[in-house]
Ligand binder design. Structure first.
Ligand code: FDA
Length: 392
């Protein structure tokens, strides 16, 4: 029977990082994946350029039942460490916005880098391999891998979350957790477009394709990034970000002209040119179709000169305090990540090993640590994979 020190299920970002580090320490490592290629999510990430980390990555950019859990791993393997690795491989990169780092060329460079590092660390990579059974006897795990039985002393679960089943996401990691009595927190799609019910959607349909720079808030949480009207609801970075905090039934608040005193702008326009229509004045600040809809919805079809301050304040409110209740989200089909997962209470934050089963580790997205949009989720994959790689 084949025997290795470390067996890793999932050749994604976290699994490959763990494999590299364990291999560098002289451990024999086998990493398996049911997909035909490693790092498929890396390949499609960041529009094909992989937003591989964020210059500002810090614990406050992550959501978890225990917000302190991620601190140790993020400190031990930082964004600067990963940038160092990228630089050693001569991969050119740039900061796009808000500390988000992307490859100048293609996401494939990151995959090639990880595969080259795995080779150097003598890691065995097996693709198109299914895990048919997992068992533990004594200190050893036994796995049936596409018909072959393999033994290992450390088993690392790096199968990711449920997002984008079309790309091979299975939720298999959660099944292994259940098998070994490892608790899970509720999972839900995150970094996902939000959808409206028919009543909300019908008047907004003409706006499909329009994008504005917006501040989107849910309670005290706010994101200032682009927002896109879609044919089913709202999308764009600010909406994806807030979707990780939003729950069914909640209202979100949108400022479509953040930082602009709409009342002041409209009253100045009223003094300057009282014969101007409201939609024309708004159209100087917002996309024309959006300006038209806001003017129509406010029921004001007259010249600025006929509008009272009270009416202008109401218009300001509909532009910068638009309260809207999404009906749902686009779900795992398009969600970038899965919120929730393996309960961090069950894991040692320094190693990612389960407290209950010696030798069993969970890393990456399968764990209840979810980053904001902007390279944070890969940083969690690198950091959690790296710390596990020092311990397996
Ligand atoms: P990941 O999902 O990468 O890897 C899991 C691996 O396990 C996969 O290779 C899968 O095939 C394998 N697997 C699953 N079930 C299995 C089974 N039963 N048997 C064998 N193998 C199995 N993040 C970011 O920071 N910057 C970005 O630019 C983007 N962009 C982005 C775009 C899109 C479209 C998506 C869907 C996601 C992103 N993300 C992102 C999120 C990021 O991709 C994600 O957080 C990481 O890939 C998680 O890394 P993991 O290694 O944990 O899982």
């Amino acid at each position: 029977m084949k025997q290795v020190d470390v067996l890793i299920i999932g050749a994604g970002a976290a699994g490959m990082m763990c494999a590299i580090e364990a291999g560098k320490r002289g451990r024999s490592v086998l990493i398996v994946d049911h997909a035909a290629a490693p790092g498929e999510k890396i390949r499609i990430s960041g529009g094909g350029r992989c937003n591989f980390t964020n210059l500002n990555a810090a614990p406050q950019n992550f959501i978890s039942k225990n917000p302190h859990f991620c601190i140790s791993a993020l400190r031990r393997y930082t964004q600067r460490d990963f940038i160092g690795l990228v630089d050693r491989h001569g991969i050119a990169w740039h900061e796009k916005t808000l500390g988000q780092l992307f490859c100048d060329g293609s996401a494939k460079q990151i995959i090639d880098m990880l595969v080259a590092e795995m080779k150097r660390a003598r890691v065995e990579l097996r693709l198109r391999t299914t895990v048919d059974a997992v068992a533990k006897s004594g200190d050893t795990f036994e796995l049936d891998l596409s018909g072959e039985r393999v033994r290992c002393s450390s088993l690392v679960v790096a199968c990711g979350g449920k997002s984008i089943p079309k790309m091979g996401a299975t939720g298999f990691g959660y099944e292994i957790a259940k098998q070994f009595g490892v608790a899970l927190t509720e999972t839900r799609p995150a970094l996902v477009p939000l959808t409206f019910d028919e009543n909300t959607l019908v008047p907004l349909k003409p706006l499909s394709g329009i994008s504005v720079d917006a501040v989107v808030s849910h309670g005290k949480t706010k994101f200032n990034e682009a927002m896109l009207f879609t044919h089913r609801g709202l999308s764009g970075p600010s909406i994806l970000q807030i979707s990780s905090y939003w729950r069914e039934g909640d209202v979100i608040s949108v400022a479509m002209l953040p930082g602009v005193k709409v009342f002041d702008a409209l009253s100045a326009a009223r003094s300057r040119n009282g014969r101007q229509a409201l939609q024309t004045a708004l159209g100087e600040l917002l996309p024309k179709r959006l300006a038209q809809l806001i003017a129509e919805n406010s029921g004001i079809e007259t010249h600025l000169a006929d509008l009272s301050d009270k009416q202008l304040l109401a218009v300001e409110k509909s532009v910068n305090e638009w309260q809207v209740r999404p009906a749902g989200s686009e779900g795992y089909r398009t969600a970038e990540v899965t919120l929730g997962g393996v309960d961090t209470d069950m894991l040692d934050q320094k190693t990612m090993e389960t407290r209950s089963t010696k030798g069993l580790y969970f890393i990456g997205e399968v764990v209840d640590v979810t980053g904001w949009l902007g390279g944070y989720n890969f940083q969690w994959a690198w950091s959690s994979g790296w710390v596990a790689g020092q311990s397996v």
